[in-house]
Design a protein around this ligand. Structure first.
Ligand SMILES: *Cc1c(COP(=O)(O)O)cnc(C)c1O
Length: 388
């Protein structure tokens, strides 16, 4: 029997090793992995540069307390700020920690300017910001919060796309609006650029902060370094995680100078966050992904892949309802429950994962090859023909 808590409904397959876009199972099958740890292995499995980094760093230094200056962290923070809107970075270990720290930064900012009652966070209903007590109540999801009373208060909600309710829910106690630029778990729902612009304008008008959760859609996943980049919008706070560690647990909160001013010594901390081992890996991932040529390649291949997926949709209009997403954060919305489809893809050695609204989520590594995308398209089309 398994002594692991049954909080997951795990599939029966296990893997012995991985390489790039592929996973090799213990029963000797080769799978095209378009889950990649749920958008975590941004450079695929065991990328040679990451292997070298972890090897080299593991011989030098793994962990020291944040009570000391950590040069590898200084370097990664500098790179992140140079590439983005941010002035300051605070390292964490995971996405939930990063989003929760983002909430703390927002509240602490208003506290520090003498407005401690401005502390409520306005979020999209059924969004996803992690699994800590605060972040599940931030999501406003009944399923995720059931049985975890008492409720963590301080969160208000509006429905995706409901601009009227969004405006109505802002009151004198609102500190920030926090949304995923692209809703991942929620079904690959993209907030359009014009909406992001209006969100920013609304926050300016109401003198509140804008938090864009880029834990899933950030670090090149959308084809831009950040999914909000093209809108030219500058958020105040951005939690990141998943892709920045390339498979190693790493999270961070990026922020501007204004809000960082509230985070004085002792206001937040993390034992593990920002240790030399995690930081050196983050530096290598950052060097590869922030390169313009690398991101252009993501954009071009994604364009090709989306075009072909839409062709399949046209061929099977009774199976596929909509192709969603940007870059390599892609959703195939089906008319029927997606689990059978995902199982059939898996039987054909293509791994994908579900999202809400009957969506099959497709998350290739950002350095996926064209022939690997073609293989996936072939399998998806085959499964469509079997469903019909
Ligand atoms: C995955 C995710 C999180 C939580 O990250 P964990 O590392 O699982 O804690 C938060 N926000 C978004 C948008 C995510 O996709």
């Amino acid at each position: 029997m398994s002594h692991l808590v049954k909080n997951y409904n795990r599939k029966k397959i296990s893997f012995k090793y991985g390489k790039g876009s592929y996973l090799y199972s213990t029963d000797k099958k080769k799978y095209l992995d378009f889950v990649q740890g749920i958008a975590v292995n941004s450079l695929g499995h065991v990328h040679p540069k990451l292997v070298k980094t972890i090897k080299d760093q593991s011989k030098k230094l793994w962990h020291v307390s944040n009570a000391f200056k950590i040069p590898e962290g200084e370097e990664l923070a500098k790179k992140l700020c140079k590439k983005t809107f941010a002035d300051y970075v605070m390292f964490q270990n995971s996405g939930a920690e990063a989003t929760e720290a983002a909430i703390k930064v927002a509240r602490r900012y208003f506290y520090s300017i003498g407005k401690p009652n401005k502390n409520r966070i306005l979020c999209i209903k059924n969004s996803f910001h992690g699994r800590t007590l605060a972040t599940i109540f931030a999501s406003g999801s009944k399923k995720m919060t059931e049985g975890f009373a008492p409720k963590v208060t301080g969160f208000d909600h509006f429905s995706f796309g409901d601009h009227h309710s969004l405006k109505k829910k802002i009151n004198k106690n609102t500190a920030a609006i926090m949304v995923e630029t692209i809703m991942g778990e929620g079904g690959i729902k993209v907030i359009p650029d014009w909406c992001l612009k209006e969100l920013r304008a609304l926050c300016n008008k109401k003198k509140i902060l804008l938090i864009l959760d880029e834990v899933q859609c950030g670090i090149g996943r959308s084809g831009d370094f950040f999914a909000f980049e093209k809108s030219k919008v500058k958020p105040d706070i951005v939690p990141i995680a998943k892709g920045i560690g390339g498979g190693f647990p790493l999270g961070a909160v990026l922020m501007n100078k204004k809000v960082a001013s509230g985070m004085t010594p002792g206001t937040h901390g993390s034992t593990f966050g920002g240790n030399p081992l995690a930081m050196s890996i983050g530096n290598t991932v950052m060097d590869i992904i922030s390169n313009k040529k690398f991101l252009n390649n993501v954009k071009n291949l994604s364009k090709y892949f989306l075009l072909k997926l839409n062709k399949i949709k046209e061929k099977y209009p009774n199976v596929i309802k909509q192709i969603r997403g940007k870059g390599f954060l892609i959703g195939i919305q089906l008319y029927k429950d997606q689990n059978e489809f995902i199982k059939k893809l898996m039987n054909n050695q293509l791994l994908t994962i579900r999202a809400a609204e009957n969506v099959v989520r497709i998350l290739p590594p950002l350095n996926v090859k064209k022939n690997e995308l073609d293989l996936a398209l072939k399998i998806i089309e085959k499964v469509c023909s079997q469903i019909k």
